[in-house]
Design a protein around this ligand. Structure first.
Ligand SMILES: Nc1ncnc2c1ncn2[C@@H]1O[C@H](COP(=O)(O)OP(=O)(O)OP(=O)(O)O)[C@@H](O)[C@H]1O
Ligand SMILES: [Mg+2]
Length: 275
């Protein structure tokens, strides 16, 4: 655990949260705390509501009931000024990465800088800041490349450079290593750890990649589709070693089960819809 995680200051708190699309309840009575400097993992089988929870945490969807507090301020009832302040303290990397293909990497990062009315920079200053952010994610010298000229792992890192353009206090990642080879996924995990350790950023990651979950997560929640709520929470390694819940065990030890059945070197079974 790092110095950041040890500060034990609550950054985000969910209280009796119910997530729904009209009459369809996705998750209910969610209660959890995310501490400053946590790398907090949201896990669970396909369709249980991980992305839906993320969309609520970043203010795109409103809870059916319950509250989401950022430093004790309720995102839903905050004044527009406070709400904007909270939203501008966040950076988001969506699953697709979502870079603009007709813009260079530097232009993609500059776009995030120019979107904030709080940041008044000249074009030259924006360009310098974009180069700095790209260098932070290991893309020094790639400012003028277009997204289709670089690898998938580099595109993810460029997406992170854009997400950290405004020095966010919280970063949200939806399946960051999806579609990456194991080496690129490991490099991305290292980058996420560096961001937390060097910048003190609170990081919330939706993922089902076991290697990432154990490498970077210090706290986690497990969402269950059937009971529509959290069925386990805690340090992922502790959950793997001590949690009695059958679904959680099956999810967190499926790599071992695969190796037993197919020998080492077998790919993970990612179909968790029936887990
Ligand atoms: N815009 C929407 N309108 C109605 N239902 C939706 C909407 N988006 C998602 N759902 C439903 O909500 C449930 C949770 O979806 P969500 O995408 O949050 O799951 P997930 O855990 O992120 O799944 P995955 O692991 O496949 O990404 C699913 O039953 C899905 O069909
Ligand atoms: Mg999802």
């Amino acid at each position: 655990m790092t110095a950041y995680a040890m500060t034990e200051k609550v950054h985000i708190k969910a209280c009796h949260l119910t997530l729904a699309y009209d009459d369809f309840i996705v998750q209910q009575d969610l209660n959890f705390k995310i501490m400053r400097g946590d790398i907090f993992i949201i896990m669970g089988g396909s369709g249980c509501g991980k992305s839906t929870l993320l969309r609520h945490l970043i203010g795109l969807n409103h809870p059916a009931t319950g509250q989401i507090l950022f430093d004790d301020i309720d995102l839903c009832t905050a004044t527009p000024e406070l709400r904007n302040k909270i939203l501008f303290s966040m950076g988001v990397l969506f699953q697709s990465g979502a870079l603009f293909s007709s813009m260079t990497l530097a232009e993609n990062v500059c776009l995030a800088l120019s979107a904030s009315s709080a940041v008044k920079l000249t074009l030259q200053e924006m360009r310098e800041l974009a180069s700095f952010k790209l260098a932070l994610v290991g893309l020094k010298g790639f400012e003028d490349y277009y997204p289709n000229e670089i690898s998938g792992g580099m595109r993810k890192r460029a997406g992170i450079a854009r997400a950290i353009a405004l020095d966010p206090q919280i970063l949200f990642f939806d399946e960051p290593s999806a579609g990456l080879d194991p080496i690129s996924a490991k490099l991305l995990d290292d980058l996420i750890l560096e961001l937390r350790d060097n910048l003190g950023t609170t990081i919330v990651v939706v993922t089902h990649e076991l290697a990432s979950i154990f490498a970077i997560g210090n706290h986690s929640i497990f969402l269950d589709e059937e009971s529509k709520t959290i069925i386990a929470s805690g340090n992922p390694t502790d959950l793997r070693n001590h949690c009695d819940n059958r679904k959680v065990q099956r999810f967190l030890t499926r790599d071992l089960a695969d190796k037993k059945h197919h020998g080492s070197g077998t790919c993970f079974d990612n179909d968790l819809s029936n887990s």
